[in-house]
Design a protein. Structure first.
Length: 675
């Protein structure tokens, strides 16, 4: 066991010798009491309550009851009360420079004192003594305390009142324990009866508060320099099993040094709803206990509890957000682990790029949004947001998190369709959904230059490939980006003048050019060669087969059409005849014609073979002469009952001649004209 260097004996010796000139040399310094466990080491002071007991003082030696300790640098400090063994003046206010006063004390009347010894000092009393009777009457408990300010100055207190101070050059006790001691000093033997004195609440100062000595260990022994040949019969024991309450004096147990008189312990109660870490246990007073919780407790894959912090109750407890903390068992402590429920919010899409996925506190607001950078693949391809899987069309989306949430963004891939035109405007440019149709059109398929020249839409250039259509509007399936341009071709108006075989204008309005039908004044691609294959006339396809180079010009074409001139004459009189002519043509068509007064009719622009059938409107015999352009001369006979006609004519003539002789010639002439 560690040796105690309690120099308080010097004080008692001095006080005794001051009044007893003829006292014999004393040899024993009997000490009994308690020293604290190692928990009291490196303290900054001590405190104790000591019962005042008026003793019948011994003739030789002095009594003192105090708390004190050796400091880190070897100095010693103590405070308590003493019982003078003689009445008289005692030295007071003593420092290394000497004593500045004295105090009158009455024999057997307790008063407080404090005493100190700098390191290595072994001289006379240093300290101060209280007024006579300052410790009060029997049974009174007074509090004696000392502490350091941290700069080497130590202060002494009696019942909370500062009674003195001294600079001892160190702020703490170092590896030395606090003690509470009853002492019979300068004794010659152990026959003197010390009335037991009770000590309570022996406490050490940790720099902030006074804490009870957690474990009290017994000490029965001798002061430094004392003779030890006589047993120390002054004992120490716990009072009624009360923690941190003990008594010293005669007739008390003599335990072995280091026997535990009490062991102060406190209960640590840990409450945690998660992690199976709830516990309750006892710990030595002022011991330190580590407490720890995991950062997360996973309820399942999408729900978890996040450790928020500790909420502590009791002296030495911890409250804060550190997962691993340390509590000092200065009292019963309750530590509650606080948790925050979190839910996992998942945002995704077919191409990823959703911001905001992660863990959210319950009832907090989550934000999910599309990362705009992933939507733009290039200047011609992109994705656009359509909606979330909960049908919300808001981006970003905000919602209160009360459970795990998984939202998928529906995206639409789009391609850019670019349309450009060198001439008039074109419409349809823009972004299109994948697999949709883009309708592209130009404002007009024709752009006039003048009355005989223009630009005409001829085809479309799509991603470098030609689409051979001159339609002003096209529809394309969009499954990639497109660059579209309408291609215009300059056209000149070609004026076709068509003559028949008689160099007359043929009545033709449609011609065949490169297997397509045109009017006779079509616009054709300027500078291009065309084959005029033929003409359409009265359901006849008339071959021409002439090659031209398109330009703003007139083109003369001759077609194999001719005119048929017919003269109808009476057989009898060889005079023009009013007749009806049925004509049938090679293409299967037929037409009816009537002769004029001079008996003629002309059928224009006849193509191919034909046949004629004539009849007189008077049912007279007719012969026909065709014109010079006829390829063949047809003689068409109209059958009639000639005899009846002739007889009828003779009767009429005879009647007239009989009645109007003078008018015969005129009548004949008249009848001929009628015929």
């Amino acid at each position: 066991m560690k040796s105690f260097n309690y120099l308080a004996i010097t004080l008692i010796v001095l006080l005794s010798l001051a009044c007893l000139e003829n006292s014999a040399n004393a040899q024993y310094w009997f000490q009994s009491g308690v020293f604290g466990s190692r928990a009291t080491e490196y303290n900054y002071g001590g405190s104790v309550q000591i019962e005042t007991v008026s003793q019948v003082t011994p003739k030789i030696g002095s009594l003192g009851f105090w708390t004190g300790e050796t400091l880190q640098n070897g100095a010693f400090i103590q405070i308590g009360y003493m019982v003078p063994n003689e009445t008289g003046l005692y030295p007071d206010d003593c420092t290394l420079s000497g004593c500045s006063g004295n105090v009158y004390l009455t024999k057997g009347t307790p008063t407080w004192f404090y005493e100190y010894f700098p390191k290595g000092y072994s001289g006379s009393f240093l300290g101060e003594i209280g007024p006579n009777g300052a410790a009060g009457s029997n049974g009174q408990f007074n509090t004696y305390a000392f502490n350091s300010s941290g700069n080497g100055i130590w202060y002494f207190y009696f019942n909370g009142n500062k009674v003195g101070s001294v600079n001892l050059g160190t702020p703490q006790s170092g590896p030395n324990e606090l003690t509470g001691i009853g002492e019979y000093s300068n004794a010659k033997n152990d026959t003197y009866n010390i009335i037991p004195v009770i000590f309570r609440n022996l406490s050490f100062y940790n720099g902030k508060v006074y804490l009870q000595v957690p474990k009290g260990l017994s000490y029965v022994g001798y002061g430094t320099g004392s003779d030890s040949s006589i047993p120390n019969d002054y004992g120490v024991s716990e009072v009624d099993n009360i923690i941190d309450e003990f008594e010293v004096g005669s007739g008390i147990n003599l335990p072995s040094n280091g026997t535990t008189l009490w062991n102060l312990g406190f209960k640590l109660n840990i409450l945690s709803q998660y992690g199976n870490l709830s516990a309750s246990d006892m710990y030595n007073a002022y011991s330190t206990v580590n407490i720890s919780e995991p950062e997360y407790y996973y309820v399942n894959g999408s729900e978890r509890e996040v450790f928020v912090g500790w909420s502590g109750e009791g002296f030495g407890s911890y409250s804060g957000d550190s997962r691993t903390a340390q509590v000092t068992m200065d009292s019963n402590i309750s530590e509650t682990a606080e948790w925050q429920r979190q839910y996992y919010v998942t945002g995704n899409s077919s191409i990823g790029g959703v911001n905001g996925s992660g863990w959210y506190d319950a009832n907090s607001t989550a934000e999910l949004g599309i990362n705009k950078t992933i939507l733009a693949i290039s200047g011609k391809e992109r994705y656009t947001f359509v909606k979330w899987s909960n049908n919300s069309t808001t981006d970003p989306i905000y919602f209160k998190v009360t459970k795990p949430v998984k939202l998928t963004a529906e995206l639409q891939k789009q391609y850019y369709v670019g349309v450009s035109s060198k001439y008039l405007g074109a419409s349809g440019e823009g972004w299109y959904n994948d697999s949709s149709y883009a309708n592209i059109s130009v404002d007009s398929p024709f752009i006039g230059i003048n009355s005989s020249s223009r630009y005409a839409l001829s085809k479309w250039l799509i991603n470098g490939n030609l689409l051979n259509t001159s339609s002003p509007g096209i529809s394309i399936l969009v499954n990639e980006s497109y660059s579209i341009e309408p291609i215009y071709q300059k056209e000149d108006r070609a004026n076709f003048i068509i003559k028949n075989l008689e160099n007359e204008n043929a009545d033709i309005t449609e011609i065949i050019i490169n297997n397509e039908t045109y009017n006779t004044s079509p616009f054709l691609d300027a500078g291009q060669s065309y084959n005029v294959e033929g003409a359409e006339y009265d359901r006849n396809s008339i071959p021409i087969n002439k090659t031209i180079t398109a330009a703003d010009a007139s083109y003369y074409l001759t077609v194999p059409l001719y005119n048929v001139r017919i003269t109808a004459l009476s057989y009898m009189f060889d005079s023009p005849l009013d007749a009806t002519i049925d004509a049938k043509f090679e293409n299967g068509t037929s037409s009816v014609y009537h002769t004029s007064r001079n008996g003629t009719v002309t059928i224009s622009n006849v193509y191919g073979n034909y046949s004629l059938s004539l009849k007189s409107n008077l049912a007279l015999p007719v012969h026909v002469e065709s014109g010079s352009n006829a390829e063949e001369i047809y003689m068409v006979t109209i059958q009639a009952i000639l005899s009846i006609v002739v007889l009828f004519a003779i009767l009429i003539i005879a009647a007239y001649e009989a009645v109007r002789l003078k008018k015969i010639k005129r009548s004949k002439d008249h009848k001929r004209r009628r015929v």
